[in-house]
Design a protein around this ligand. Structure first.
Ligand code: AMP
Ligand code: GLY
Length: 438
């Protein structure tokens, strides 16, 4: 089989790595991939096509007789990559442009959840400054949450602690285009208390399979302070997602969502990421993403015992009900190494030295492993260079979270480049829970 993976982060490296465990793959292309692709072996190749260049991707997939395409990031989904591929008879694991609105339009997602009684924060939608201001003036309590409706690379959310902050925020959105086009429409919603976690599924539109739950670390600073990033580390499973919580997520969120998407004529196929707030065992949706998460993918895929390519093929053929999903009874953690200055300005082109290759032995039942998934890296003239904000994602699988984190940090200590930054406290919430329990 010939496979095309779209994207260039550590998530896409983890997708490619998982697919390549199956020896039916003859060729795997990454558009546009990164410096870690050579670690995937001779059958993997980067192609210089941007994930947003849908015309070129369609042309490439036809020319190279790609049997299956997998999409990592959200931008191609918003551009309708699934519609375009399907119109040409090309197989792709991705929701259509209409179905991807669960992520690409928060106004759509919130209205959908309201229509179908899916638990989420109560909200109001605004398209002009005056109405939003009048609404905020009338609010008796703060904080409230102000969000851009459109895609904003994870940066379109402000938690306004006081009325003054809220008024300043909407002024910046409507008068100074704080969120650009994404902020033409905004959502103001109730602030939810609780702890966040994420649940991921793959679905063929009718049936679905659950991946392990995960917890991300969005802030740049230790102790979850400072600016939001794409994610600085993660672990799976998330202890807060107990079997009882997972059961509620399935019956109150996943099943009604898939059913309603079918009934509304926009069946949802592909990966779905359900960002949750869990308070006293009650889950509510913070957001949907129409894809897998990064860095969560780097912890959920290494736990999978089911053949990942089989799962993708069954999804494509609409027969997920025939697949047994098996997940290892282990814990995976990942630590992201970023360039100094990320998520603001940073420089690229620093030489990376040390142990930066994938553990090709992969994960087996009998030994614990470390995998180094590349993100912002570039391989040139025999050397590896930094080429982005998030540079590497170092994953370990072990029996306990403590052990997997220990292995991650031991591996991280062997990787060097000027200005390398990583959080030393990945997993702190779950570790605190373990301490409380004993
Ligand atoms: P989102 O892009 O919608 O996932 O929001 C980004 C982050 O803002 C989330 O991961 C939460 O930490 C926080 N957040 C968003 N909505 C709410 C809410 N209604 N209540 C509390 N925190 C929220
Ligand atoms: N880790 C958050 C995301 O992928 O959106």
């Amino acid at each position: 089989m010939n496979i095309l993976v779209i994207g260039n982060g550590a998530r896409e490296q983890a997708l490619a790595w998982s697919i390549l465990k199956d020896n039916r793959v003859q060729k795997l292309y990454l558009a546009s991939g990164n410096g870690g692709t050579r670690e995937l072996g001779a059958i993997a190749e980067n192609i210089p096509i941007k994930p947003t260049d849908i015309d070129a991707l369609v042309k490439f997939a036809k020319e190279k007789k790609i049997d299956l395409t997998i999409v990592g990031p959200e931008q191609p989904l918003e551009l309708g990559i699934a519609n375009r591929f399907e119109a040409q008879g090309l197989n792709i694991i991705a929701p259509t442009q209409e179905a991807a609105q669960l992520e690409t339009s928060k106004a759509f997602a919130k209205a959908f959840m309201r229509r179908h009684n899916i638990p989420t924060a109560s909200f109001v939608t605004f398209t002009n400054h005056h109405d939003a201001r009048t609404y905020i003036e009338r609010q008796p309590t703060f904080p409230i949450v102000i969000k851009a409706s459109g895609l904003a690379a994870g940066k379109g959310v402000v938690i306004a602690m006081h009325k003054g902050d809220a008024l300043e925020t909407i002024h910046a959105i409507f008068e100074k285009r704080l969120f650009g086009e994404a902020g033409k429409e905004i959502i103001i919603e109730e602030f939810m208390q609780g702890e966040e976690a994420s649940v991921f599924i793959i679905t063929d539109g009718t049936d679905y399979k659950l991946f392990p739950s995960a917890q991300d670390h969005k802030r740049i600073g230790e102790g979850d302070i400072g600016k939001n990033t794409g994610g600085m580390g993660a672990y799976a499973p998330a202890p807060i997602v107990t079997p009882s919580v997972m059961q509620k997520v399935e019956s109150r969120i996943i099943q009604p969502t898939l059913r309603a998407m079918r009934e509304e004529g926009t069946p949802y196929r592909g990966f779905l990421y359900i960002g949750l707030m869990i308070n006293n065992g009650e889950p509510k949706v913070v957001e949907f993403n129409a894809r897998l998460g990064d860095p969560e993918t780097q912890v959920i895929l290494p736990l999978l015992k089911t053949n990942f390519l089989d799962l993708l093929i069954a999804t494509n053929e609409g027969r997920l009900n025939q697949i047994d999903m098996a997940v290892a009874d282990k814990v995976a953690a990942t630590v992201v190494i970023a360039s100094k200055g990320y998520p603001d300005n940073y420089t690229v082109g620093k030489v990376i030295t040390g142990q930066c290759h994938f553990e090709l032995a992969c994960y087996t039942d009998v030994r614990d492993d470390v995998m180094i998934f590349h993100a912002g890296t570039k391989f040139e003239n025999g050397k590896l260079y930094t080429n982005g904000g998030r540079v590497l994602s170092v994953t370990a699988v072990a029996d306990t979270l403590e052990e997997s984190l220990k292995q991650c940090y031991e591996a991280v200590a062997q990787i060097h480049f000027e200005g390398a930054y990583f959080r030393r406290d990945i997993g702190w919430r779950a570790l605190k829970k373990n301490t409380v329990q004993v």
